[in-house]
Design a protein around this ligand. Sequence first.
Ligand code: ZN
Length: 494
Amino acid sequence: MSNSIYQSFHQHLAKVSDLSYAGAILSWDQQTYMPKNGAKIRAQQMATLRTLSHEMFVDPKIGQYLEKLSQESSLSENERANIQLVDRDYKRSLKYPKKWVEEFSQLTSGAFSVWHEAKEKNDFKPFGEVLSRIIDFKREEVEFLGYEKHPYDALVDEYEPGLTVKKLDEVFGLVAQKLFPFIKEVIAKPSPRDDFIYRSYSKERQWDFAKGIIEKMGYDFSSGRADHAPHPFCTSFGPGDVRVTIRGDEKFFNSLFFAAVHEAGHALYELGLPVSEHYGLPLGSALSMPFHESQSRFWENNICRSHAFWKGHFGQLQKLFPESLNDVSVDEFVRGINKVEPILIRVEADELTYHGHIYIRYQIEKALLSGELQVKDVPAYWNEQYKNILGIVPPNDAEGCLQDVHWSYGAFGYFPTYSLGSFYAAQIHGAMQKEIAGFNDLVEKGDFQPLLKWLREKIHRHGRKYESAELLKMSTGEELNIDHFLDYVRKKYG
Ligand code: ZN
């Protein structure tokens, strides 16, 4: 029987979660089934729920619970971990001045349409003006949040607690030093054929195939569902209801299948968290953005783009699409879906050049925040970096520095988490291969249960109990070491 103050504290936070999950349902509906004319009132309803859950979270009552609980000696280890983490989040939230939050949310809600129009018209200037103001707000934000060395530290900390520019510079330094020359070697080789990817694939059959695989991965449709949406995503409404969305393209095989296994990877993580026990509490929540991304990329890239996987599943795909795949061998197929080729758009990039896109964004964000780079110089700097790193130059800003939505809502520090997700995934993959006997045979057969069991035991069930560096060390034997990613890509593409 746990402490009664702890129980009241838990009940209060459970209500905060009720509100945020209700908001998530409205947002999911907005992106799947809502008729067009529902848009206006929906935005207001979602904003109301967001405000209410925020107000409930910063309620002085939480501060009083935390104070009392800090003096309790009868609490379990998990309860103490929850208290410590809520304390951290609570103190961080209180640092935000009300006026700043209101003005910033007004600025960013208008910024989306400015960004969208700037991209449509291929004109950076109007968005540049808004972006300058967003950066002014971010500079204020880092001051009230506080940081030790680099202002950017305060922002990445939101996505990966404890992460710093020092660590990121080390990681991206190795990306530049080791990965970029390797990419050049790979693209200097004769390019594999990938014509078959753009042949005809009925959406229904693509989904039949993808559904079969995500079920084998362990995604249970009595605790989830899949619906069509313009962008694939995963969203959780609490224990027992974690959904994914898919998007099909009849003339491009990669878009449905790889996004479906990616989103299912996110969903398996959410479903593996101890949410029932710790509903509304940190131990029932996902650890961080990079960890979430590691779970999706593990399934998408390390497993479902591997030779072992297709050795066991290509025959089935060929039977579903004989007219598109009859003249293709499994080796050609695997090389085709893994083709490395520098392109302008990040979200369509392959597993290797992807990190070039992130490297550039990371350098730009850091320099904008520190004042070394001015917003008006972003387009030219962007193009110069694309030329140096990927050997391609965007013909216009729409396909250059205006391609991503992130800056319009002020998400600085988010981009690096995508790369970290791949690096964590490779390290997890490496550890699993050592620990699970006959790993490649299991992948070939589609017997994924031992893989999911490993993830559940070593990662999912801990929620936010440990910091990322610690959990990575506990699960793989060491802290982040990008050599695992480099080994993985050398083996796969060498
Ligand atoms: Zn993802």
